[in-house]
Design a protein around this ligand. Structure first.
Ligand SMILES: Nc1ncnc2c1ncn2[C@@H]1O[C@H](COP(=O)(O)OP(=O)(O)OP(=O)(O)O)[C@@H](O)[C@H]1O
Length: 299
């Protein structure tokens, strides 16, 4: 079972909001869709859910087209939050749970479980309008997962949350993944996707500029970063063959090299020159990869 996006394009008039996107997400994996404002993330999600038809290509879950309004298998946290301010959290969740075909005792059990996990059990009888925006977002997240969906689609789930609540939500998402839920989420923050996802796609003006398995993307990129600290000047590395970037810090240097062979040569060279306090090879960040592909910073 998998989510399969096959050569999907979405055109609004002459404008291509999504351009030839192909992705596969195996069941039980977490997939991150990255992109700046207007990159095409929400449009892709709407097509996944069957709310919009692709102009070209197809999207299937378990080899079938998704019809979000008919199936209880999908959970969706939309970008525009839509809760009823005058209802209590309990009334709101019971209403939304029933739309998904759940019975009231099951809804209440799940609602209490999630409110406990978010450390706000007392919210059950509060009105939505009494809650802060971030806390309303937690309720909207609970509404998306109440019925234990197979496939969960979260549009910017972390936006507007403080760091503590970002951590709580990450914990919730991990828990769902461990239970076998397939999760797709969008973000404009590379570090969220880097931390959580095995699979990802970076959309830039509708086109996928980087996509696939995070590990393989990093391996294919080839370049490595090295943090070095030594008790002598590292300035000679600026012109060392294979060094593609050099940043001097008060406590050493951070350089980028074209591959492992150059890293080994540098290690040999500096070890012979004197005492090396630190030599640490780092994976390239997604940000590094994006800048190289697109030639501009993401934000
Ligand atoms: N119904 C529509 N008609 C015309 N253009 C649209 C429509 N929906 C989206 N677009 C355009 O398609 C592009 C992609 O929009 P989309 O909402 O998918 O981006 P996004 O990556 O989700 O951005 P954000 O991070 O700002 O939510 C935008 O330029 C937007 O104006």
């Amino acid at each position: 079972m998998s989510l399969n996006i096959d050569h999907v394009t979405k055109q609004f008039g002459q404008y291509k909001a999504v351009n030839d996107l192909s992705i596969q997400v195996p069941k039980g994996e977490m997939f991150g869709m990255l992109g700046a404002n207007g990159a095409g993330k929400t449009t892709t999600f709407r097509m996944m859910l069957g709310l919009l038809d692709p102009s070209e290509g197809s999207i299937t879950w378990d080899q079938q087209k998704i019809d979000y309004s008919r199936t209880g298998l999908i959970g969706y946290l939309p970008e525009e939050r839509g809760l009823y301010p005058k209802l209590t959290v309990k009334e709101q969740l019971v209403y939304l749970g029933k739309l998904k075909g759940m019975k009231k005792p099951d809804i209440l059990r799940e609602a209490e479980k999630w409110l406990d996990l978010f450390k706000v059990p007392e919210y059950l009888n509060k009105k939505i309008e009494e809650l802060s925006k971030g806390n309303q977002q937690k309720i909207q997240f609970i509404a998306a997962v109440l019925h234990n969906p197979e496939l969960l689609i979260l549009d910017e789930p972390f936006s507007g949350l403080d760091p503590l609540n970002v951590d709580l939500l990450k914990q919730a998402v991990h828990q769902l993944k461990d239970e076998g839920t397939t999760i797709v989420f969008s973000s404009h923050r590379m570090e969220h996707v880097e931390e959580l996802c095995e699979y990802l796609c970076i959309l830039h003006k509708g086109s996928p500029v980087v996509h696939g398995r995070l590990k393989e993307i990093k391996q294919a990129y080839g370049k490595k970063n090295i943090v070095i600290r030594a008790d002598y000047s590292l300035d000679f590395l600026r012109s060392f063959s294979g060094v593609t970037k050099f940043d001097q810090h008060s406590s050493g240097a951070r350089i980028q090299v074209d591959g492992l062979e150059t890293a080994k040569q540098i290690f040999k060279e500096i070890s012979e020159k004197g005492f090396v306090e630190r030599f640490e090879l780092e994976e390239p960040s997604l940000h590094d990869i994006f800048v190289e592909k697109v030639g501009t910073s993401y934000e």
